[in-house]
Design a protein around this ligand. Structure first.
Ligand SMILES: NC(=O)c1ccc[n+]([C@@H]2O[C@H](COP(=O)([O-])OP(=O)(O)OC[C@H]3O[C@@H](n4cnc5c(N)ncnc54)[C@H](OP(=O)(O)O)[C@@H]3O)[C@@H](O)[C@H]2O)c1
Length: 126
């Protein structure tokens, strides 16, 4: 029986110049073919462009390390903050489902109080 040649899975990392994204570029490299994209390569505020990028690369894993992180500015720049932190996460989730891919999304650490004994789930009180 002939074995299929091993193809390293494509891992798409967004926000690759950020603190988390930069570290993930290095730490994920042994696990697959890392496609690390910064804002210029993958603008999270442009939903249709974001879909196109995901469909082009067809990643097995999407790691969303990009985020609008200027917390105070987000109060006045709420449309952009919502597009990047809210809508884009939804777009990535939809594309991941369509591809059968895994999506890893990093939330802010200002949502839960950190006292739970185990992992938090989506329905936990914020
Ligand atoms: N760092 C931590 O210790 C920590 C802890 C808990 C949770 N987190 C979460 O992890 C995520 C990343 O945090 P971080 O510390 O790495 O933040 P960061 O250093 O501010 O990096 C955020 C990255 O997102 C990019 N970005 C912003 N708007 C974008 C857009 N429209 N399209 C594409 N990329 C965009 C930024 O690009 P530019 O460089 O072009 O601005 C930047 O590279 C956040 O959700 C944060 O809440 C981080």
């Amino acid at each position: 029986m002939q074995r299929k040649p091993f193809t390293a899975p494509t891992i798409l990392v967004t926000g690759s110049n950020g603190q988390v994204g930069f570290e993930l570029r290095r730490s994920l490299a042994p696990l697959g073919n890392v496609v690390a994209l910064d804002r210029a390569g993958c603008d999270l505020s442009k939903a249709e462009g974001l879909r196109r990028v995901v469909r082009e690369h067809r990643p097995a894993v999407i790691v969303n390390a990009g985020a609008y992180t200027a917390v105070d500015k987000a109060e006045t720049d709420s449309d952009l903050a919502f597009a990047v932190n809210g809508v884009a996460a939804g777009v990535l989730a939809e594309e991941a489902i369509a591809l059968g891919s895994l999506l890893v999304h990093y939330s802010t650490d200002y949502v839960f109080d950190g006292t739970a004994p185990g992992a938090y789930v989506e329905k936990d009180a914020v």
